[in-house]
Design a protein around this ligand. Structure first.
Ligand code: S3P
Length: 167
């Protein structure tokens, strides 16, 4: 089975959807943030503050390269994975790419009480999130095979949409 790849902005539901898909489709899941954090033995905020964002982005690219011969995985990507053109290509080769989207308001409500996202920590407001989603939109769309809107949907409804598209 081809890999199922989940991309999307922070708070778009990638982790929850990945867990549910992994359980119902009996496919192993890889969360790129968790993988990188385990491998580096540092949290994502620690990697950003001690090594910098570019270092983290290099780790993301390396991970995508290392996954290239694998299949039957659910791969849940950190929100910035599709920013590099190189990663966009690697993601497309790796499997079927689903972009999860949510309105800025929904996104803000999902992330506002969380402090483990270094790019939002000093900018936790609707205006900033709206601008950031807009600035990334083209890269997300370019990378995606399918776009799934998650606003006002349950995790199982979202997963059913994805399952119907991969069947
Ligand atoms: C990031 C998203 C985060 C994490 C890092 C950077 C981004 O992942 O990779 O904080 O640039 O959008 P989540 O989308 O899982 O929060």
């Amino acid at each position: 089975m081809k890999n199922i790849i989940l991309i999307g902005f922070m708070g778009s539901g990638k982790s929850s959807v990945s867990h549910h898909l992994s359980y119902t489709l009996k496919m192993q899941e890889i969360d790129t943030d968790k993988y990188i954090s385990d491998e580096q033995k540092m949290s994502i905020p620690e990697i950003f503050s001690q090594k910098g964002e570019e270092y983290f982005r290099d780790l993301e690219t390396n991970l995508l390269k290392n996954l290239q011969n694998k299949n039957s995985l659910i791969i849940s990507c950190g929100g910035g994975m599709p920013l590099r053109e190189e990663n966009q290509k690697l993601l497309k080769i790796l499997g079927t790419v689903f972009l999860l989207t949510a309105s800025p308001e929904t996104t803000f409500n999902r992330v506002k009480n969380n402090n483990n996202r270094p790019l939002l920590n000093d900018n936790m407001n609707l205006e900033y999130i709206t601008k950031m989603i807009e600035s990334r939109k083209d890269k997300y769309l370019k990378t995606a095979d399918f776009v799934i809107d998650t606003d006002n949907k349950t995790i199982s409804e979202i997963c059913n949409e994805i399952k119907n598209l991969v069947d």
